[in-house]
Design a protein around this ligand. Structure first.
Ligand SMILES: Nc1nc2c(ncn2[C@@H]2O[C@H](COP(=O)(O)OP(=O)(O)OP(=O)(O)O)[C@@H](O)[C@H]2O)c(=O)[nH]1
Length: 395
């Protein structure tokens, strides 16, 4: 499956220029990527994109129609776009044989994408279909100050934990300033402390690193040590093209990591969600059964074995399936008669009608339900029950 690279970064960090360079770099390597622009407010996109949010959403009209400011309009445009994300994904999937990378450029206002519901929906949707990597773009010259560096790192940290996707930190604009200082700060705690102490903005002449800001940043850097260890760091220049091979290598590594670790974690979360949904559904069905007057079999046929209990519809289905299977095996049920309809017994007296022997119940449950259906078919409420049963059966 092609890797999806979602480029996120603070305003002006060089995301668009980075995507442009990555696009041309991959074209040079004869592996053109699939490019998606998700920035509705950009006037001109300097690369050819396969999907552009601006083709389907008019940002200025959104501002007028909904009476919004620029950021509100970006969020609303993304919301509108995310309602069609299934269509977008199916288009990308259809083309997925023809490219190895899908590159996504996001809006300049980082919070519009990262902290909005639509941003999560879009990221999640890609992550469920393709191995997805976050490229967090940092403006290197502007991060030379320890406090700016720390703000950037905290943001990266929050994005990592929010998206739960592998992340590559990209120090961009290295043609202006080399990123070695930042790499040192991430690997050598002492080096960062020294820079803190010697930073004129954070310290007056006498405090020597004990000012409030300096000690706050100091504590944060301690906290972020573990976070740094989970990251791949790459330095590059979108202007000169330097460092893009390293970036692609980091993407390959992160895709492996995604398949080994993140994918399993995602599957586990999805499974957990499904289990919870099933549990809720079963609970609702139990309530429904109660409302329709079907009581617990245990009370009706006291002393009956536990396996004969019919608590919820799904149990009924299981039992009927089991009976049918046994019927087919013994040639008792004709395959052509196998279509069945579920229905409920109507209980006018408020008691369960069935007081047969529990073992017989298990054997002839299909027959009983058929009889119950016929005996109550004339009443209006039975057709309601039948409708409900059909709905549940179809769900
Ligand atoms: N020197 C240098 N400048 C760069 C580099 N990459 C981008 N820039 C400049 O940085 C500025 C911002 O670049 P963009 O690509 O528009 O940044 P962006 O993050 O997409 O901007 P928004 O989406 O508006 O937030 C532009 O003036 C670019 O020319 C680089 O590698 N080196």
């Amino acid at each position: 499956m092609p890797a999806t690279i979602i480029c996120i970064g603070m305003a002006g960090s060089g995301k668009t220029t980075f995507v442009q360079r990555l696009n041309s770099h991959l074209h040079q390597k004869k592996t053109p990527p699939y490019v998606i622009n998700l920035d509705p407010a950009v006037l001109k996109v300097p690369f050819g994109c396969n999907i552009d949010i601006r083709d389907s959403i008019n940002y200025k009209k959104v501002m007028e129609d909904y009476n919004l400011g620029p950021n509100g309009a970006i969020v609303t445009s993304l919301n509108l776009f995310s309602t069609k994300i299934d269509q977008v994904l199916s288009i990308v999937k259809k083309r997925s044989d023809s490219f190895k990378h899908c590159v996504v450029d996001t809006p300049g206002q980082i919070e519009c994408f990262v902290w909005s519901a639509s941003g999560s929906i879009i990221t999640e949707s890609f992550a469920t279909e393709f191995p997805t990597v976050i490229a967090y773009i940092i403006d290197t010259p502007r991060s030379a100050n320890p406090s700016t560096f720390m703000s950037n790192m905290l943001y990266a940290c929050s994005i990592l934990y929010k998206t739960k996707l592998p992340m590559i930190v990209v120090f961009n604009k290295t043609d202006v300033r080399d990123a070695q200082f930042a790499k040192d700060w991430m690997t050598d705690f002492e080096a960062f402390q020294d820079s803190l102490r010697s930073n004129a903005e954070l310290n007056d002449e006498t405090s020597n690193g004990s000012g409030y800001m300096a000690s706050l940043i100091n504590s944060m850097s301690l906290m972020l040590e573990e976070f740094y260890s989970t990251l791949d760091v790459v330095s590059c220049s979108a202007y000169t093209g330097e460092g893009f091979d390293d970036f692609l290598k980091a993407v390959d590594d992160k895709v492996d990591e995604y398949n080994d670790f993140y994918q399993k974690e995602r599957d586990r979360i999805v499974q957990e969600k499904k289990d919870k949904e099933k549990k809720d559904k079963d609970a609702q069905l139990t309530h429904l059964m109660k409302d329709l007057g079907l009581k617990d079999k245990k009370k009706a046929a006291s002393g009956a074995a536990d396996k004969d209990e019919v608590d919820v519809l799904s149990d009924l289905e299981d039992e009927i399936e089991r009976d049918e299977k046994a019927g087919y095996e013994h040639g008792l049920i004709d395959l052509e008669d196998s279509e069945r309809e579920y229905t409920f017994q109507e209980d006018r007296t408020g008691e369960v009608r069935d007081e047969e022997d529990a073992s017989e119940v298990a054997k002839s449950i299909q027959q009983r339900y058929q009889q119950a259906f016929e005996s109550t078919a004339k009443t209006a409420s039975s057709s309601v029950a039948e409708d409900i049963a059909k709905y549940i059966n179809g769900a």
